[in-house]
Design a protein around this ligand. Structure first.
Ligand SMILES: [Zn+2]
Length: 155
């Protein structure tokens, strides 16, 4: 199943991202995902597969939010941008040229991650009031621009 493989790739990317914060473990609330219309990924199926896969992991309780990206192509004959239509075999409406250059719609990537860090229980650090309040504000609601590349090559 397509979505199962996608979820595996996604979890690998998130695992990599987590390691960047080691030894701290971020508590992930929402994973914002961009999914192109041309990836053949069914958003509902992906959300379902993700929820099932993370149940017993450090990502338990996190939610997948999917932003669909429409398919856009450029006509290689006249450079016009168009929205390919499957009923027209994805040809450009201007020149009836087969789709060659895809501008968007093949994305499958993490746009951002909403996460927090659990309060550090290190007494040595709590001693300094300034540091403690700084940590508090820092642990509020953070948004990470995930550097994760395309989790998987899309066939
Ligand atoms: Zn054209």
């Amino acid at each position: 199943m397509h979505e199962v493989d996608m979820t595996k790739c996604l979890l690998l990317s998130l695992q990599e991202w987590k390691l960047q914060h080691a030894p701290r473990i971020p508590v992930v609330k929402v994973v914002h995902l961009q999914v192109g219309d041309f990836t053949c990924v069914e958003p509902d199926a992906l959300r379902f597969t993700y929820a099932a896969a993370v149940q017993t992991t450090w990502l338990a309780g996190s939610e997948l939010r999917i932003e669909p990206i429409p398919l856009q192509a450029r006509c290689v004959v006249c450079q016009a941008t168009y929205t390919p239509n499957p009923q027209q075999a994805y040809q450009s409406p201007c020149c009836n040229h087969p789709m060659e250059e895809i501008l968007s719609g093949r994305e499958l990537k993490i746009r951002s991650i909403d996460y927090v860090f659990p309060e550090a229980a290190d007494p040595a650090q709590v001693a300094s009031g300034g540091e403690a309040s700084q940590r508090l504000s820092a642990s509020h609601r953070q948004q990470a621009e995930a550097i994760a590349p395309e989790p998987c090559p899309v066939a």
